[in-house]
Design a binder for this molecule. Structure first.
Ligand code: ADP
Ligand code: ASP
Ligand code: MG
Length: 444
């Protein structure tokens, strides 16, 4: 069994849905197909939810009408027969009527989760209907029947496995199973989700739960590139990359993968193949254990970083100082990304600033606190275990014009992180591209 995940642009138009179905039917092995919402839908639903919660009833009705209309157009283009056009229309009409009724439930805490989940519920139902119209045998299974997170918002793979296996066993000869990415139930049985971009995570979790042979992530680009194609023009696709390197890149901003999505695949040693729906013949990227050692493999950037410096002549050398600092972040459940220390100061970075004021209040007795916002972490990923190529020298040389606020090297063999102002990010990514990939680029 394999798992295939198609992202928002892959199911974004009638034409691309037909392309997805061609890809699914061309692959012989039995498969679970995880679908995202049609591109733009999750943002539109979040906007509707905000309007409902803000009591902007007329704005919400207008947004609901616009999104509803876009689906009626999609239905017209996707289905050939009147029977299926009718069936899909009445499904969509009922869905949007349902969303309208939520306008009167604005105060319910789960309203946002219920609304935002409709994107994946709609896309999977429309694709299932299209498969039926095309007379391709498939079963639609609801992720809400098996995808669950615990009190800490963590999915538990054995629980997932226990829930999904009997569902699959009901229909042992089925070749195509369709299900929703992103959505899940929480520990209270309420509808929830795996955070933005979470369909990749769904695919990897299902892969681990059924011990799949492979997980394929189909998107709108031919695999993992060596740099962020949104900011750098001359990027190229990487044929093969290790889990550790790819996980660092995903965590530090390579949007092609949800930050946590590689963990279940890596732990279960299931290769992940990144492929382009719009160019299926392109090789894409294979992510696996014990991949070739490449030196520097790729660069990514993560925005929205805040740096906190604690300067203390009295305490830093004192035994237990760092422990006390870390305890404050632990108390407010705020992960730290980078950390550097000197004899008199410690600097660290966070991206979740929801408890920043409380954190600063509790750190103030330890020393003088400085906070810097609007920063980006640049992650240079690769295999640094032997450092044969003088990588650090190349990194610093490439960035000689750009002020660097913090550097983290040696924390793992797969990553060097640099903290810069977000306004310097694009030029840092481009300078590093020139400095680190010049030879490789000339071969592309
Ligand atoms: P999907 O909707 O299929 O999940 P995403 O938009 O989430 O697709 O991810 C694909 C996008 O990720 C690409 O279109 C590209 O702009 C962006 N991206 C950012 N960094 C990288 C990278 N290093 N390699 C490939 N794509 C990247
Ligand atoms: N639809 C969700 C989002 O836009 C999940 C996903 O596409 O992976 O974030
Ligand atoms: Mg995505």
């Amino acid at each position: 069994m394999i798992v295939l995940k198609f992202g928002g642009t892959s199911v974004g138009t009638a034409k691309s849905i037909k392309q997805v179905v061609e890809i699914i039917t061309d692959i012989e092995s039995p498969k679970i197909v995880v679908l995202s919402a049609v591109s733009g839908t999750t943002n539109a639903l979040l906007n509707i939810s905000n309007q409902i919660q803000g009591q902007l009833k007329d704005d919400a009705l207008l947004s609901i009408h616009q999104l509803h209309h876009s689906y009626l157009n999609l239905i017209n283009e996707l289905y050939t027969t009147q029977k299926y056009k009718e069936r899909a229309r009445s499904f969509i009409n009922a869905k949007f009527e349902g969303i309208k009724t939520l306008i009167n439930n604005a105060e319910e805490s789960t309203v946002e989760y219920i609304i935002v989940a409709q994107g994946e519920i709609i896309s999977t139902n429309l694709v299932q209907m299209y498969l039926e119209e095309s007379q391709v045998a498939s079963s639609l299974i609801s992720a809400l029947d098996f995808m669950e997170i615990d009190e800490n918002n963590e999915p538990i793979i054995p629980v997932l496995s226990e829930k999904i296996q009997p569902i699959l066993a009901k229909n042992p000869n089925q070749n195509i199973w369709i299900t929703q990415g992103f959505i899940c139930k929480d520990s209270k049985g309420e509808i929830s989700n795996l955070q933005r971009g979470g369909s990749d995570y769904t695919a990897s979790l299902i892969g681990a739960a059924i011990q799949a042979e492979e997980i394929q992530i189909w998107t709108d680009i031919d695999g993992m590139h060596n740099n962020d194609p949104r900011y750098v023009d001359t990027t190229f696709s990487i044929e093969e990359i290790s889990f550790d390197e790819a996980a660092e890149l995903a965590y530090f901003g390579a949007k092609i993968l949800h930050p946590q999505s590689l963990i279940p695949a890596k732990e279960n040693n299931i290769p992940v193949l990144l492929k382009n729906t719009f160019s299926p013949e392109a090789k894409g990227t294979i992510i696996k254990n014990n991949s070739v050692k490449n030196g520097v493999t790729a660069i990514a950037a993560k925005d929205g970083i805040t740096a906190i410096k604690i300067k203390s002549y009295r305490m830093l050398l004192a035994y237990g100082f760092l422990k006390k600092v870390f305890e404050v972040f632990e108390k407010y459940q705020t992960p730290i990304d980078m950390i550097t220390t000197s004899e008199v100061a410690v600097s660290l970075t966070i991206d979740d600033t929801s408890n920043l004021d409380d954190i600063i209040d509790e750190l103030t007795p330890f020393g003088k606190i400085e906070v810097d916002t609007d920063l980006s972490i640049i992650c240079v990923a690769g295999d640094f275990s032997q450092n044969k190529e003088g990588i650090s020298a190349k990194v610093f040389n490439a960035l000689k014009e750009i002020p660097i606020r913090m550097i983290s090297y040696g924390g793992s063999n797969y990553n060097t992180s640099l903290l810069v102002k977000t306004t310097d990010k694009v030029s840092a990514l481009n300078s590093l591209n020139q400095g680190l990939f010049k030879e490789k680029m000339s071969l592309v």
